[in-house]
Design a protein around this ligand. Structure first.
Ligand code: TRP
Ligand code: ZN
Length: 874
């Protein structure tokens, strides 16, 4: 890493300028060979208008071998660490550039690199410049033709975007394949893969009758784990036709699963490259959660073909244009195919937990950022998950029909081009006639808005009023905030749990109130009794809600709310209240007391015979410690842990004998990935946890038996998780057994690494360090690293935040090593070290010292530099 200070400078959204040159076509010739790969790029370049500006191409870690313009050697150029600059070019010309690069040395996994024995690429956001010198920006759309040459025995499959147009044998045991992509695309969607694979094949007939070949490439021997991914792909293709009217556009769709990958997957045109974790599954190796993840990510990348590829982003500040929208689409896909309630609950958990924490930390940014140092740092929960919530709010405001009309309008206008977030909102506005002027502020304002609601009821007139105030606290990037357009979905209930129709001035009104100003009063007529309001139903906006609910009102909503999400949300609020009170009790040296109302409400959930077991499991699973930390200005890590634990035990005592009965009622014969069974397994896992809180000795026997008898990975891991979190006597033996079975299977072993990283005991770091010596562990593999170090840093708060600073020191040492190996992954792992706002003074000081150590590191990568400097500026 020899980043010069020049490369640490910030880029601003406001500085966007259209390119000085266009590139219409690029012919790539890639000679894969040891040690250096040779790339020839022939581009047709066109000057944009009359000007004397040089053509400044991006390039990194390349060796320039040859440069020609219109077939003649060219000398009017300059090469620097990050650019190739060409002077005095004619208005139109053909540029030939030959470069060399070393894929085997590329541990950053950006550009062309080796994953095991295969070559593969990752070009988003700015990886193409590590393959050849190019105008590596998303508003340059070119037609690609790619010829790949390699050893035939080692690399029988040579893949790239589009259609295969030629192939053949060459001298010396080599062969070539030529690909042509008919759709102009930005460089970040380019992909190339070479290797030896097993191939799962199928096909799909689109609604207009075109036959599309589907191919999933997996490591040899893994064919028995590719079926579910194929099913998910076919379901995605059908769903996008049915719900969005969008059809696939090439004759072939390929997915390659690789072991070394920085993120989840990548939507390269016609050739998705996936982290193997989101492809490979069978009942012996994958949990229900893994299956769900595969369906979601396969869908996500497929949906990008329209929202991302056909219409792409003008510049990277517009990233949420494709990501927020595509997350919205994959969430809708999962909800239409599975349980809408459970999906909504889990998406909201992510926003309220990690996304709100991001807003409150030093990396706070709007879903459309204004200033970026390293683009890879902006593939965030804010851009993705809050971005999706912003699309969802438009969907709520417009309704499905007008939203779909807006989508059609958007494609009519922008298909085949690079667009902005504002273009999208404009299309929605024009297609629907809904005024989105104020709504647009969601794109430019960062932070989490807070809604404070009070109410009053006048029995004589039957009038009920809701007073709503909104306020967005300042964030590190933006001191001043403006009111937003917030859709507030509500329902009112009478004492019997019946919904009271919403009426104003004699007319029925919808459930979604438009909060536009800092303060707003909504009045409802003909309200026969003082109602209990259900507020922010389905989390109709990504905001924090304050309303002074009594325990009784929340218990009432848990029982009567007509919507699954609202019942879960009431349970969360009830627990949150208990945690806030409990932490105060603990800090005063008292024990944790729970209200009878709370206990009875949760017992009623266990007893509810009508409730979907999946929803039951969600309600009974307590919020994570890090989500609970968000409730406090200063989060007492140890007290929160202690209180959460105490609540869990009190609830277990209240459930009593029901637990064993419930556990036994959830037995299943055989394993199937269907909602009803997944629901039962989820509940069984939660109940086993309560049983462990009740009686460790009994639980030890149950856990051993569940582990022994399990015919699927979900039950196996549920047993291990309980053994691990309660440090049951069986823990060591079961973990050793699991390791013995799966020692060579990285993806499965990740579960073992996660259990070790989250061991709730003071000796966790010694087990973590020992696991780093496991033959299957490698700091170069992001999955292994995240499983072990990520679980320690993100899901083991008590140990990570140990007051002796050992957790912070461990993570910092690791980041220093990773800074050289893989800065992108380092930059994701640093999150718990930079979000220290809610910690006490002693811990803050320890963290600052570690961050200062990083800041002084020679050769600190841009990715870490941006976060460390922002964190220290807090
Ligand atoms: N566009 C990808 C997605 O959301 C994510 C992505 C961005 C990515 N940059 C990456 C994936 C780098 C892997 C590596 O689907
Ligand atoms: Zn995406």
């Amino acid at each position: 890493m020899t980043d010069t200070p020049e490369t640490m400078t910030a880029q601003y959204r406001q500085d966007y300028r259209a390119p000085d040159y266009f590139i219409d076509t690029i012919d790539l010739d890639v000679q894969l060979q040891e040690p250096m790969t040779e790339v020839t790029a022939i581009t047709r370049v066109r000057r944009q208008g009359e000007h004397q500006q040089p053509l400044i191409l991006n390039g990194e870690q390349l060796i320039l071998k040859r440069l020609a313009v219109d077939g003649l050697p060219y000398h009017s150029y300059e090469v620097s660490e990050h650019h190739l600059t060409l002077f005095n070019l004619p208005a139109e010309c053909v540029i030939t550039i030959v470069t060399e690069l070393d894929p085997a040395a590329n541990s950053a996994l950006s550009g062309l690199y080796k994953s095991g024995d295969a070559y593969c690429t990752q070009c988003e956001a700015e990886g193409f410049r590590r393959i050849t010198y190019y105008l590596d920006r998303p508003d340059i759309l070119a037609r690609y033709s790619t010829r790949i040459t390699a050893d035939k025995a080692k690399y029988p499959y040579l893949l790239s975007n589009g259609n295969k147009v030629a192939s053949g044998a060459l001298d010396g045991g080599r062969h070539f394949v030529q690909w042509q992509d008919p759709f102009p695309k930005p460089s970040y969607l380019f992909a190339l893969v070479a290797g030896d694979f097993d191939v799962e094949r199928s096909h799909y007939v689109t609604r207009s009758g075109r036959k599309v070949a589907l191919e999933i490439f997996v490591d040899k021997g893994n064919l028995d784990r590719a079926g579910f991914a194929m099913e998910s792909l076919i379901n995605s293709m059908r769903w996008d036709e049915q719900r969005f009217g969008l059809e696939y556009d090439l004759d072939i769709y390929m997915i390659v699963a690789v072991d070394f990958f920085n993120m989840g997957a990548m939507e390269n045109k016609g050739l998705n490259v996936f982290n193997a974790k989101f492809v490979l599954a069978n009942p012996a190796t994958a949990t229900d959660g893994d299956y769900h993840g595969i369906e979601r990510v396969i869908g996500h990348e497929y949906f990008h073909n329209w929202t991302g590829n056909r219409v792409t982003c003008r510049d990277w500040f517009q990233l949420s244009l494709k990501e927020g929208l595509t997350v919205f689409r994959d969430q809708e896909f999962s909800s239409d195919l599975g349980s809408r309630g459970v999906n909504r609950i889990n998406n909201v958990r992510t926003v309220r937990g990690p996304q709100f924490a991001e807003d409150a930390g030093p990396m706070a940014h709007p879903i459309r950022p204004d200033v970026v140092i390293e683009m890879n740092n902006f593939y965030t929960l804010t851009v993705y998950e809050k971005g999706s919530e912003v699309i969802r709010m438009m969907h709520t405001l417009l309704g499905e029909a007008a939203f779909q009309a807006g989508m059609r309008f958007y494609f009519e206008r922008h298909d085949g081009s690079a667009a902005t977030c504002d273009d999208f909102v404009q299309a929605m506005e024009e297609a629907s006639g809904v005024d989105l002027t104020r709504f647009r502020r969601w794109y430019s304002q960062s932070g989490t808005p807070e809604l404070t609601v009070t109410d009053e009821y006048d029995a004589a007139s039957g009038i009920y009023r809701l007073h709503v105030r909104q306020h967005t606290p300042p964030t590190q990037d933006q001191p001043q905030k403006l009111p937003l357009h917030i859709p507030l979905d509500i329902e009112l209930y009478d004492q019997q749990g019946a919904a009271i129709p919403l009426q104003y001035q004699g007319k029925a009104i919808g459930n979604v109130l438009n909060v536009l100003d800092a303060a707003h009063t909504f009045e409802f007529e003909q309200v026969p009794v003082k109602p209990i309001p259900s507020l922010l139903r389905d989390f109709s906006a990504p905001v924090k809600l304050h309303y002074d609910y009594s325990d009784e009102a929340l218990a009432f909503l848990m029982r009567f709310a007509r919507n699954e999400f609202a019942r879960w949300d009431a349970a969360q609020m009830l627990i949150n209240k208990a945690v806030i009170e409990g932490v105060a009790q603990v800090q005063r040296g008292q024990g944790v007391e729970l209200s009878q109302t709370l206990l009875a409400a949760f017992v009623a959930i266990v007893d509810d015979g009508e409730l979907d077991p999946a929803l039951k499991a969600e309600i009974l699973a307590l919020p994570s410690e890090s989500t609970l930390a968000e409730l406090f200005d200063v989060a007492d890590i140890d007290a929160i842990h202690q209180v959460r634990d105490a609540i869990h035990t009190r609830l277990a005592e209240a459930f009593g004998a029901r637990l064993v009965a419930t556990y036994q009622s959830l037995r299943l014969d055989g394993y199937q990935v269907v909602h009803a069974d997944m629901a039962k397994r989820a509940l069984k896992g939660v109940v086993l946890g309560y049983l462990a809180a009740l009686n460790a000795e009994h639980a030890d026997a149950l856990v051993r038996e569940q582990y022994r008898a399990a015919d699927n990975m979900t039950d196996t891991l549920a047993a291990l998780q309980v053994a691990n979190s309660y440090l049951l006597p069986c823990r060591a033996a079961l973990l050793a057994d699991f390791e013995g079975k799966w020692a060579k299977d990285g993806l499965v072993l990740d579960n073992w690494l996660r259990l070790i990283g989250s061991k709730p005991a003071a000796d966790v770091l010694s087990e973590v360090k020992q696991a780093m010596n496991h033959p299957t562990f490698s700091i170069r593999n992001p999955n292994r690293l995240r499983a072990l170090a990520g679980s320690f840093a993100m899901s083991n708060p008590v140990q990570f935040h140990a007051v002796d600073g050992s957790g912070y020191r461990f993570l910092t040492d690791l980041l220093i090593e990773l800074n050289e190996v893989n800065p992108q992954v380092a930059s994701r792992l640093i999150t718990p070290l930079i979000q220290f706002k809610r910690l006490d003074g002693a811990r803050k000081a320890l963290i600052r010292a570690e961050l200062t150590r990083l800041a002084k590191l020679e050769g600190l990568a841009r990715d870490l530099f941006e976060k460390v400097s922002k964190a220290l500026a807090q």
